[in-house]
Design a binder for this molecule. Structure first.
Ligand code: MG
Ligand code: MG
Length: 237
């Protein structure tokens, strides 16, 4: 999972650097596909529940699960979120990053910064015998303080042998509640925040999860290994 995490992080970094106004999300997916093939890994999301591509690319009011599309042309100021699962040596890691294409306004820049901060805050709770609610409450606190919509219909999760394993790790909750986490477990933490409300719906394509009020959103995710005294992020280079 360390090796897969390093590949995942490299591909996500490449996508973030390559994304430019005028490109389509399908062009970016092809770049990801080539890089994954070169690395000897495979894309965990391809064919997962029928997903048709190697990476989820979600733009603006799309929160997650956007399908790369050769008609979706990136515009300056778009928020673009890449969500990538990598299978290496039979094990899976899951990570996501959001960036602004070209230059965005201060409001969008802050949304990205704070969503990533909420992920860090959640991660800091992790150690042997902590509870899921400790992570959830820490993420919720950061997003609430800034008045952001905190998407509740999607959650973090166990990961490793499968893309989604138990336990679910919501981005809201009460400290000290929920299942206890143990050293050696691997989990994906993934806050999703919006500049509006928390309600979402599934687009008519059957995949993209979009904000109901049309507000833009950000998504950051890491896969981590729980250790005796803390955690190790597996999806950063
Ligand atoms: Mg993911
Ligand atoms: Mg995930």
């Amino acid at each position: 999972m360390r090796k897969g995490g390093s590949i995942c992080s490299t591909v996500l970094g490449l996508l973030c650097r390559m994304a430019q106004p005028g490109m389509t999300t399908k062009e970016l997916a092809k770049i990801a596909e080539a890089e994954i093939n070169k690395s000897g890994a495979s894309a965990s999301f391809l064919d997962y529940n029928g997903f048709p591509d190697v990476v989820c690319i979600s733009v603006n009011d799309e929160v997650v699960h956007g399908v790369p599309n050769d008609k979706k042309v990136l515009q300056p100021g778009d928020i673009i979120s890449f969500d990538l699962g990598i299978t290496y040596g039979g094990m899976i890691v899951d990570s996501a990053k959001s960036i602004i294409v070209g230059q965005g306004n201060k409001q969008k820049q802050l949304l990205l910064k704070i969503t990533e901060e909420s992920l860090s805050s959640g991660l800091k709770q992790i150690k042997h015998n902590c509870r899921v609610g400790d992570i959830s409450a820490a993420i919720e606190k950061v997003l609430s303080k800034h008045g952001y919509g905190n998407v509740r219909d999607l959650v973090g999760h166990g990961v490793g042998h499968n893309v989604h394993e138990e336990p679910n790790i919501p981005n809201f909750g009460r400290k000290g509640s929920g299942p206890q986490l143990k050293s050696g477990m691997t989990i994906a933490i993934e806050p999703m925040a919006t500049l509006g409300g928390h309600s979402v719906f599934i687009d008519k394509d059957g995949w993209a999860v979009k904000t109901k009020d049309g507000s833009v959103s950000a998504h950051f995710e890491h896969t981590v290994l729980i250790t005796n005294d803390g955690y190790e992020v597996l999806t950063s280079v």
